[in-house]
Design a binder for this molecule. Structure first.
Ligand SMILES: *Cc1c(COP(=O)(O)O)cnc(C)c1O
Length: 228
């Protein structure tokens, strides 16, 4: 726990420093701790340290941890991985935000998964910053149409964009493109101002490019345990 608290504090100081260097207020930033491959006890430790925003990228692990931590009041789960349409209900039922809406059919499935009394679900449109369709995300050319489609789903609220930096390009340049794609979405949904970008290796570049939501794993949690 001591080490975890230290890593969290150190990371938050680095985030605040990067924000100030970029002329931004650190208070505009939401730092999401990505807990993938770590047990739900880590989520409990993070919660005790004041963390309220946590993220997972695989549905089964997400559902298990969300169930195990259901008693932690005010904890918000961010789903940041690819979603199969047949898992839309499982994702919707436990997520506060889905960062990875990348196709109209997924927006439809998440919308159809709403049950009476469910809150409107915040969603981000994931944009592919590479030419490789396997990396996930909508191609930039299709983003505007996806924004229109998702914005028309009554139980979804489009809040902005999300992306992962390419492996073969400087993150700063890729995140500048993302800033432009965020403008594209705002041309459809004017108050969709969230930009989810930046991981352990590139959060400073993301902050410079206007990110509002950072998804940080290993800098806080330490190295991930080997996948089972
Ligand atoms: C794992 C993951 C992160 C966090 O990565 P780190 O490099 O550990 O900070 C962020 N975003 C997504 C989509 C991820 O899958």
């Amino acid at each position: 726990m001591g080490d975890l608290a230290e890593r969290l504090t150190a990371l938050d100081e680095r985030i605040a420093g990067a924000a100030r260097s970029a002329g931004r207020d650190p208070a505009e930033l939401t730092r999401i701790v990505v807990t993938k491959f770590h047990p739900s006890t880590l989520v409990e430790e993070l919660y005790a340290l004041g963390v309220r925003d946590v993220g997972e990228n695989r549905q089964q692990e997400f559902s298990e941890k969300a169930r195990a931590t259901a008693g932690l009041e005010g904890l918000r789960w961010h789903f940041i991985g690819q979603v199969q349409t047949n898992k839309a209900r499982a994702v919707r039922s436990a997520a506060s935000v889905v960062h990875s809406v990348d196709r109209g059919r997924l927006a439809d499935a998440l919308d159809a998964a709403a049950e009476p009394g469910d809150a409107v679900l915040d969603v981000l449109l994931q944009v592919n910053l590479t030419d490789d369709p396997a990396r996930g995300g909508v191609a930039p050319a299709d983003l505007e149409a996806l924004a229109e489609h998702a914005a028309a789903r009554r139980t979804l609220r489009v809040r902005g964009v999300m992306a992962v930096a390419p492996l073969d390009e400087a993150a700063a340049a890729a995140f500048e493109r993302l800033r432009g794609y965020a403008d594209t979405v705002r041309s459809v949904v004017p108050d969709a101002h969230w930009i989810s970008a930046g991981m352990t290796a590139d959060f400073a570049e993301a902050i410079t490019a206007g990110a509002t939501h950072l998804r940080i794993g290993s800098a806080i949690t330490g190295p991930r345990p080997a996948r089972g």
